[in-house]
Every structure is written in structure tokens, then in C-alpha cells.
Write a new protein. Structure first.
Length: 146
């Protein structure tokens, strides 16, 4: 039996730059000829876009969630998170010219969110969250895959 009792992360940190989109979550593949037993936490979340817009930067999109795949004759999946990242907060606009559109979030298994567009030097504040990733469990002995 192979077991996880701690935390395994392939998640993206929150983006620290105005208008930037979040990064896509990572991919984690666990393969064992025995039972995989997860009693800990596994995260492959997309990153959040910068937490607020600015006068000259429209908000970015959230990063797409990653992928977690268990390949074993038996697997206890346990607590796994592959959430998409959140879009950036709305920008006031109007005060600064020119205003630039927000960046899209990075894609992974889940699509990254759209960055906000701009109309006449005002952000449209239409950025979107990243989409969730996926968790798979394949019941098979992976020794023939490698």
C-alpha cells in the first residue's frame, strides 16, 4: 500500500501583478501496483488573478484547475481539490488613460478564464473565473504502462 497523510500541492500561487491572469494548476499522476490510499490533501488548483483591478488595468481571468490521476488496482481518492482560480476584482477605470485589457488565465485540464476587455478607456469588468480541473481513478496495474 502507498499512502499520503500530508499535503501534496501542484497549485499556483495568486498572481501579484495588476491585470494579470492566474496560472493553470499542475498535473499529478500517482501510479502503484498496490493500493493507493490518500488520507491527506492533494491540490492542483488554478491560481487567482490579481485580487483587484486598477485605474489603468482591467482584471485578469482565473487559472484553470489541474489534473489528479490515480492508477492502481485499488485507490482511495480522499480529499482532492482541482478548483479553478478566481477572476480579478473589478477596476474603476476612467481615471487613467489608456486602459489595458486584463490577461486571460492560464489553461491546464480546466480552461483559464477570460481577461476583461476595454471600451473607450474603461474596463468592461467582464473577466471570468477559471474552470475546474478533473480527478480520475483508473483501476489497473500500471506496470505495463512504463
Amino acid at each position: 500500500m502507498n499512502s499520503n497523510t500530508g499535503t501534496i500541492r501542484a497549485a499556483q500561487p495568486d498572481e501579484p501583478t495588476y491585470g494579470a491572469g492566474g496560472g493553470g494548476g499542475g498535473w499529478l499522476i500517482f501510479a502503484s501496483s498496490g493500493h493507493i490510499h490518500n488520507t491527506g490533501t492533494i491540490e492542483a488548483n488554478g491560481g487567482n488573478a490579481y485580487h483587484f483591478g486598477a485605474g489603468s488595468n482591467a482584471p485578469g481571468g482565473g487559472g484553470g484547475g489541474g489534473l489528479v490521476h490515480f492508477i492502481a488496482p485499488a485507490a482511495t481518492v480522499g480529499n482532492v481539490s482541482v478548483a479553478g482560480g478566481q477572476k480579478g476584482g473589478d477596476a474603476a477605470g476612467g481615471a487613467n488613460s489608456p486602459v489595458v485589457g486584463g490577461s486571460g488565465g492560464g489553461g491546464s485540464y480546466g480552461n483559464g478564464g477570460n481577461g476583461s476587455s476595454v471600451t473607450k478607456d474603461n474596463p468592461d469588468n467582464n473577466a471570468s473565473d477559471g474552470q475546474a480541473g478533473a480527478v480520475f481513478a483508473s483501476q489497473m496495474d500500471p506496470q505495463y504502462l512504463f
